[in-house]
Design a protein around this ligand. Structure first.
Ligand code: NI
Length: 131
């Protein structure tokens, strides 16, 4: 048992890297993660889990590809919450930047099943420890 108190603002102040989630807390085998994002992530899916996006601040666009490969756009603003079902291809992006909270199985890889070379601004990670 731990009496540690974790503060979201303190964790956010401790890093600047984009698309590189920090693990805020672990709960059983799940993790609560924080991410700062600007620009485009890569198209990917998570075959093993749904993914919830909780926008703390800023605006996030999520492009989806449905089973017919048609692209749909979901636009999220501050305090909006959206779930991408498991297996659905998606690409998050934010032109002006956003701060996100993610709640997912701790082993979930940020880039899911993406197999190509990653652009340098995107990390493939299950979440970095907070400093
Ligand atoms: Ni994803």
């Amino acid at each position: 048992m731990s009496s540690d108190v974790i503060n979201i603002d303190r964790v956010l102040a401790s890093f600047d890297e984009l698309w590189a989630p920090r693990v805020l807390a672990t709960v059983n085998d799940w993790a609560v993660k924080l991410a700062k994002v600007v620009g485009e992530h890569v198209w990917h899916a998570h075959p093993e889990t749904d993914e919830v996006f909780i926008v703390l601040s800023g605006h996030l666009d999520i492009h989806w590809r449905n089973a017919s490969h048609e692209v749909q756009l979901v636009r999220l603003g501050p305090r909006d919450v959206h779930v991408v079902p498991r297996g659905v291809e998606h690409r998050p992006s934010s032109a002006a930047g956003a701060v996100l909270m993610l709640v997912e199985p701790a082993a979930t890889l940020s880039t899911g099943d993406f197999a190509g070379p990653l652009p340098s601004h995107v990390a493939a990670t299950t979440g970095f420890e907070t400093g």
